[in-house]
Design a protein around this ligand. Structure first.
Ligand code: PHE
Ligand code: CO
Length: 344
């Protein structure tokens, strides 16, 4: 669990770095354009209207990787949020502190042309395209800030894992009711070509009405599509049921209850669709993905959970190439991160 505690040499004490927008190559801008076109095509009719509005008002459809400074000016005028660049994963408290102050931290690097579907750490496409449009929605913007403050608080209660599940099943993989159907809003879904179809259209996963305590008890998959998605009625509802609730007694109550598997169904669930679960997890696949650093890197420490990665590695030790579980510092050793670290 060796998250570096010191900020990298070239970063400020809050771990932010300049985006160095001028240093993107034409090829890097072209990767953004390819992903953008492909993803907006896939999201047509599938994504929440708040997301589409966000893309428009932030002018994200203009060619090339957005400049964080200019993007932040637009965003700040709407909801007071800004986007800041960081070299990669940051410690939890740094992450929460930024959110609590309406700063969204984003990676600056972009995946290579041969990695359009396969990504080992969140890049600028996931972070910007996936997360930033919804920060233009007032209720969602409040939710994210409150989440940051809640994160700092949860650390004192030793309840980070429960709070991380909430992030996972809302900010990253949430669905929302809209009109007569369901729509996508989670960043992990909307930035993924495969999952943006799967989450909505596939018969495999459960789709369950959002319930705060239910969600905070539910483990999640970090190496594959989700087995259950939770559906909110509105961003207002999400804000009301989280920001306006004192989590201290909730955390205490949850201590007494068993953790639920990602595919569990309870009698008390409001099931919207019961999944066929044709896509079932495979421990072998999990271990392989872990060895490849996918589990660790796909969404990172602030989204995911290193414990799960280590658990997979133990499950099938012969599958896991490294002799020890992967740690954050392994990720930092990747060329994409290292160049940023050293300024190369
Ligand atoms: N209200 C929560 C608490 O008391 C904080 C929180 C807000 C958590 C919004 C998540 C989302 O800790
Ligand atoms: Co994310």
């Amino acid at each position: 669990m060796a998250v570096p505690t010191q900020s990298p040499p070239r970063a400020r004490s809050d771990w932010t770095i300049p985006q160095d927008w001028d240093r993107y190559t034409a090829q890097e801008h072209a990767v953004w354009d390819t992903l953008f076109a492909r993803q907006t095509g896939m999201l047509e009719g599938r994504v929440t209207s708040a997301f589409r509005r966000g893309l428009d008002v932030l002018r994200l459809s203009r060619a090339g990787i957005p400049d964080f400074v200019e993007l932040s000016q637009r965003l700040e005028a709407l909801t007071g949020w800004r986007v800041v660049a960081v070299p990669g994963l940051v410690p939890d408290d740094v992450f929460f502190e930024h959110l609590a102050n309406r700063r969204f931290v984003a990676g600056r690097f972009i995946r290579r042309p041969d990695q359009l579907d396969y990504l080992q750490e969140p890049d600028v496409f996931h972070d910007l395209f996936g997360h930033v449009p919804l920060l233009t929605d007032p209720a969602f913007a409040d939710y994210m800030q409150a989440y940051g403050a809640g994160g700092l608080r949860a650390q004192q209660f030793g309840a980070l894992q429960k709070l991380a599940r909430l992030y996972w099943y809302t900010v990253e993989f949430g669905l929302i009711r809209e009109g007569s159907g369901l729509k996508l809003y989670g960043a992990g879904i909307v930035s993924s070509f495969g999952e943006s179809k799967f989450a909505l259209d596939d018969p495999s996963p459960n789709r369950i009405a959002f319930d705060l305590e239910r969600v905070m008890r539910t483990d999640y998959r970090i190496d594959d599509y989700q087995q259950s998605y939770f559906v909110i009625d509105s961003f207002e509802q999400l804000r009301r049921q989280t920001a306006d609730v004192d989590f201290a007694p909730v955390y205490r109550r949850l201590e007494q209850l068993p953790v639920l598997a990602p595919d569990a169904i309870l009698l008390t669930d409001k099931l919207i669709t019961r999944g066929t679960m044709w896509l079932t997890p495979s421990a072998e696949r999990g271990a392989k993905a872990c060895a490849a650093g996918v589990l660790l890197g796909l969404y990172g420490r602030q989204h995911g959970d290193l414990f799960q990665c280590a658990a997979f590695a133990r499950l099938k030790p012969q599958q896991a190439a490294p002799s020890r579980p992967l740690e954050i510092k392994d990720l930092w050793a990747r060329p994409a991160c290292q160049a940023l670290w050293t300024g190369g």
